[in-house]
Design a protein around this ligand. Structure first.
Ligand code: ZN
Length: 185
């Protein structure tokens, strides 16, 4: 048998948990939403402890993502990938900023090597990060994979500004709680 399609979904609770019309004026508001999604995803047992969101240049929410690897038996279903894919479907553009607009990805934890690669092609202008990769590896069993030594510089060369350690302690708290829970997603 040859499977010819893949269907990925966000949990139904995102419609209740996220105000789609709110404005997220600064980096803390954007990453704060990603962290809240990461916590809810653990609490509601719908995936791993990671959340992400895409915003446009007017600070409006375009899409959200949470980790869905285990529920979907799909190793690419990381929070950042889900946010990029749902944003691209909503705007019907595979490169979000090809219209000349400005887009940001906010993520509860630094992108792994897969999501780092996706960030190069997704068409965002800013990458806003909560916890660092070393926080993920210290507090959970996840492997973040290899990145270029100058991974920030490689993004900045491609027009993607990187800002880190935004609400880092809050993001670490979710990872710690997940790590101590003994749950495996
Ligand atoms: Zn990832």
């Amino acid at each position: 048998m040859i499977y010819a399609q893949v269907h990925l979904t966000l949990p139904a609770w995102v419609h209740e948990a996220v105000d789609a019309n709110a404005v997220y004026p600064d980096d803390a508001a954007k990453v704060g939403l990603a962290i809240r999604l990461s916590a809810d995803n653990v609490d509601l047992a719908t995936g791993g402890p990671f959340g992400a969101a895409v915003f446009d240049g007017e600070h409006r929410l375009i899409a959200v993502g949470v980790n869905r690897v285990v529920p979907h038996t799909c190793s690419v279903a990381h929070a950042e990938m889900m946010a990029y894919m749902t944003a691209q479907q909503r705007l019907q553009r595979f490169r979000l900023n090809e219209d000349g607009g400005s887009f940001s990805l906010a993520t509860s934890s630094q992108p792994c090597c897969q999501c780092y690669g996706a960030t190069v092609w997704a068409g965002v202008n800013e990458l806003l990060i909560g916890a660092r990769a070393e926080d993920v590896e210290e507090l959970t069993e996840f492997d973040e994979g290899p990145l270029p030594a100058d991974w920030v510089g490689e993004l900045e060369k491609r027009g993607i500004a990187v800002r880190r350690d935004i609400l880092r302690d809050e993001a670490r708290d979710v990872l710690r709680r997940y790590g101590e829970s003994g749950t495996h997603y």
